[in-house]
Design a protein around this ligand. Structure first.
Ligand code: HEC
Length: 392
């Protein structure tokens, strides 16, 4: 009991940290991306590439971007790296606390015979392998062939999502893919962007030439990170929306959403440089409508047409839900009702009718990992009860 309570605090603290440093990282990344797009290019000076005026928080700001580097190395020179490192570190710890620690019920697919250690190993393995593949592609000539490059990355992510969906539960698959992309982003900062900047600083001190290739190397990775941002944010948020991850093809849905959010990012990047393509908006809206339509629950498929009595419903809830959702849970792991959601009394069941329907019928996302072995027929009874109550 006390152990779970403390784990919850740890998870809360890590999530809090993860979100704060993540905002700082992505905020800075969005801001510099915006600066780059809005910079007023001036052609009349060799040293300055462009400048920009802004007003914010009650003051005027003026900044300049150098073509190469300034006369002397400025002190202090601000770097942006700990936001990225801390986001990854807190994210990995959070993944460990929430998914690895209780792997048999939060990571592995229901009914899995895989050992938790094996599952955790495969998860960590994926984080490393995706980076090695991506980094290899970036260092090869393929990176210049944008369409092929995007195609290969998309194929790798799709294959990973599919393969992980055969061993992990859908929520964990989403987290795994989000963590893999987040790992690429952080590794880009650690292994490429920061080293490039260190070389720039060294060149500034020695007044040496900088090859244009160096800057481009850093710029490409930074640009990739910009496109990875929305997919990663989506995976983090989506786990609160079972209608997205709870269906047979959840891995494919994830890829569909990735394509949509990357197009959204692309639209804004084009818009930022005054080249907005309005046809993209049409494509995005169409893809979104298609997604929403194809994920709509089929309200008739599970309905058991016979009249159901409330005592039947109560019995099912007691057998399949109350081991966790009770003031005194009997589950071996959840010793306090998850999300404080309690289904002990008739009144609690009735008042939460919609939420029960949403999780146990529309999305099949409860019981968690179907730990209590709820049957399809039982879901049908709940569906029929919900419909009757709804018709009244
Ligand atoms: C093995 C434990 C377990 C069982 C059994 C279980 N749940 Fe859950 N439930 C959880 C956990 C953990 C969460 C929080 C994570 C989440 O929302 O996915 C949760 C969350 C929920 C929520 C969201 C509550 C909120 O306010 O966010 C609903 C609704 C729910 N469960 C309904 C059910 C129903 C209905 C059943 C029975 C058919 C059931 N659960 C069986 C563990 C369980």
């Amino acid at each position: 009991m006390i152990k779970l309570y403390l784990i919850d605090w740890l998870s809360l603290a890590l999530k809090f940290l993860h979100i704060i440093v993540g905002i700082a990282w992505i905020g800075a990344s969005f801001y510099f991306n915006w600066l780059e797009n809005k910079l007023q290019r001036i052609g009349n000076r060799d040293d300055i590439a462009g400048h920009l005026w802004a007003v914010h928080g009650g003051g005027f700001y003026y900044l300049e971007k150098y073509n190469k580097y300034p006369e002397t190395l400025p002190e202090p020179l601000h770097w942006f790296k700990w936001e990225a490192y801390l986001t990854w570190i807190s994210g990995f710890l959070l993944l460990s606390v929430v998914y690895y620690l209780n792997a048999s019920s939060t990571l592995l697919i229901n009914g899995s015979t895989m050992s938790p250690v094996h599952g955790v190993g495969l998860s960590v393995f994926g984080l490393g392998v995706i980076w090695l593949i991506y980094d290899f592609l970036c260092k090869s000539a393929i990176v210049d062939k944008t369409v092929i490059f995007i195609g290969i990355i998309l194929a790798c992510v799709t294959l990973s999502a599919y393969l992980y969906s055969t061993i992990f539960n859908p929520k964990a698959v989403y987290m795994q893919i989000g963590a893999m992309l987040g790992t690429i982003m952080t590794a880009n900062v650690f292994f490429v962007i920061i080293p490039v900047q260190k070389k720039l600083v060294a060149a500034c001190i020695e007044r040496a030439e900088v090859s244009s290739e160096l800057g481009i190397k850093g710029y490409i990775r930074s640009r990739h990170n910009n496109y990875f941002t929305l997919p990663v944010l989506f995976t983090m948020m989506s786990i609160h929306y079972p209608m997205v991850y709870s269906n047979t093809y959840s891995w494919l849905v994830l890829i569909g959403v990735f394509v949509v959010v990357v197009l959204i990012r692309h639209y804004f990047n084009l818009k930022g440089v005054g080249k907005a393509k309005n046809s993209l908006i049409g494509l995005i809206v169409l893809a979104l409508l298609l997604l929403i339509f194809s994920l709509a629950p089929n309200s008739t498929d599970k309905v058991n047409m016979a009249k159901v009595s409330f005592s039947e419903v109560e019995k099912i809830i007691e057998q399949r839900c109350a081991s966790c959702h009770s003031t005194n849970p009997t589950d071996d792991f959840f010793t306090v009702a998850p999300s404080g959601f309690v289904l002990d009394t008739e009144a609690q069941i009735i008042v939460n009718k919609d939420r029960i329907y949403q999780r146990a019928v529309a999305t099949n996302s409860m019981p968690l990992n179907n730990k209590t072995n709820m049957t399809v027929a039982e879901r049908g009874v709940l569906a029929a009860w919900f419909r009757e109550a709804d018709d009244e």
